[in-house]
Design a protein around this ligand. Structure first.
Ligand SMILES: Cc1ncc(COP(=O)(O)O)c(C=O)c1O
Length: 447
């Protein structure tokens, strides 16, 4: 029988485009972690690991959303590729209420997470992409796979790694390959930076002058700590901006894979129908019951509003606590997050000591931090499009029991600085221990 199977084997050739991408960083880190755990357990070590790598909301899904999903489990029919009218209407209202974006439902499309919508935009819109460095890990692999040209736009620590309009203008002046799309992620993963209205206006002025489109990835908009400070690029530059978002972060429903895109106001009917055509060709429609659940998620609902208020306050306390705690370690500086659940940890001051230990690249640093006895998982600067010899890492601060944290918060909302710090120590004890492990790593560099 086996011989018969072997005789019938054929060689399956993989399309070379697949080799342009590596395993997504989150999967790669998961594999590295598993390997390190195995190594440790063979040596009889079963000590804690510290997860600063994964960027998933720790909180439970708001009940009205999961209840709506259960109630709509029998919606088993095919629907419109751009999304059911009810959900597009609800999203249009949501964006008007929260961000002041005036976009009728015929400018709204939904997808399997915002990641898929970005893939559609990159596939649909011709020209090259301007990718700031650092950037979220997810953009470049899609561009490589699609064979879409991109140009890195370096940013600087002294202005919080934000896009500098004159730098953008200079880059746009030098590239001559037609239309461009700027990726603007606000609030930012990996730095936690928030762009204010003036900064967005200056960027949009450059884009208008140069005819550059913007893909505004605003998936963390409602996780802006001082929510009144969030401004959408969809308001500042409506004619040229694709705004993407979804349920994954502020409503903790990443596995629902529900993303949204508000198309630019200058989007033609042809472009809208082309989006539908592409979506229908690729996946027909996104899961119908999830779309019905999303109607609840985007409709006015005091319980969901309250949930988002509380969870962003918890993200604020945790972010402020850990950015400060990391910065207290000699040789480490960090960005100070104003939204989302990340900051950038900069160890470049320790370069000579790291090199003495044979750590030459950002990836070496990632491995060293994960190795025994430190067990600290981070995302390497390389994965977020920084140069290999830059010893920066992305730190995510969501490794705690979100349900418990929410419960603690509801029982007694911390008010003073000291109460906030105590709250974080109670809610996120493993991450507190993780900081001490990084301190030990730094101290032992000199040993
Ligand atoms: C900056 C950024 N954009 C987009 C995404 C993808 O979100 P979604 O779950 O909507 O595909 C993530 C997820 O980590 C992200 O951090």
């Amino acid at each position: 029988m086996v011989d018969e199977c072997m005789k019938n084997r054929i060689t399956i050739t993989i399309d070379p485009r697949v080799d342009t991408i590596t395993m997504p960083e989150n999967v790669r880190i998961g594999l590295m972690l598993r390997e390190q755990r195995k190594k440790c357990s063979l040596q009889g070590c079963n000590e804690e690991f510290f997860g600063f790598a994964f960027g998933q909301s720790p909180f439970p899904i708001p009940e009205p959303i999961s209840d709506a999903l259960i109630a709509n489990a029998t919606q088993g029919h095919y629907v419109d590729a751009a999304g059911i009218p009810e959900v597009r209407e609800a999203i249009s209202g949501f964006y008007r209420r929260h961000f002041g974006i005036e976009a009728d439902s015929d400018r709204v499309i939904v997808g399997n997470g915002s990641k898929e919508l970005m893939f559609l935009i990159f596939s649909m819109v011709s020209g090259s992409v301007i990718l700031p460095s650092p950037s979220w890990i997810g953009y470049a692999p899609q561009l490589r796979f699609l064979g879409k040209p991109y140009h890195l736009l370096p940013t600087r620590p002294d202005n919080g790694y934000k896009i500098d309009p004159p730098d953008l203008e200079n880059l746009l002046e030098t590239i001559v390959d037609g239309q461009h799309i700027l990726l603007l992620n606000n609030p930012n993963n990996p730095t936690g930076a928030l762009y204010d209205h003036d900064e967005l206006k200056e960027i949009s002025a450059v884009c208008r002058r140069r005819g550059c489109l913007v893909l505004a990835d605003e998936i963390y908009a409602l996780a802006t700590y001082e929510i009144e400070n969030f401004v959408s690029m969809g308001v500042v530059y409506p004619e040229g901006t694709f705004v993407t978002g979804g349920l994954s972060k502020d409503r903790s429903s990443a596995g629902y894979r529900f993303g949204t895109c508000i198309l630019p106001s200058s989007c033609s009917e042809k472009m809208y129908s082309d989006f539908g055509k592409l979506a229908a060709t690729l996946y027909t429609n996104i899961t119908t019951p999830i779309q019905y659940a999303a109607v609840t998620a985007y409709s006015p609902n005091p319980a969901i509003e309250r949930y988002m208020e509380m969870t962003r306050d918890i993200h604020r306390m945790v972010g402020e606590y850990f950015a400060e705690a990391f910065s207290q370690i000699p040789g480490i500086t960090t960005t100070r997050p104003q939204g989302a659940f990340y900051f950038l940890m900069d160890m470049n001051e320790l370069k000579p000591a790291l090199r003495n230990k044979g750590i030459q690249t950002a990836n070496d640093l990632q491995h060293a931090l994960l190795s025994h006895p430190y067990h600290v998982a981070t995302v390497s600067g390389d994965a977020i499009m920084m140069p290999q010899d830059n010893f920066s890492s992305r730190i995510a601060f969501v490794d705690y029991d979100g349900a418990r944290a929410l419960d603690l918060y509801q029982r007694s909302k911390p008010k003073t600085q000291e109460e906030c710090s105590q709250f974080v120590r109670d809610a996120a004890p493993r991450m507190v221990n993780g900081v001490e492990m990084i301190r030990r790593f730094v101290e032992e560099l000199d040993g």
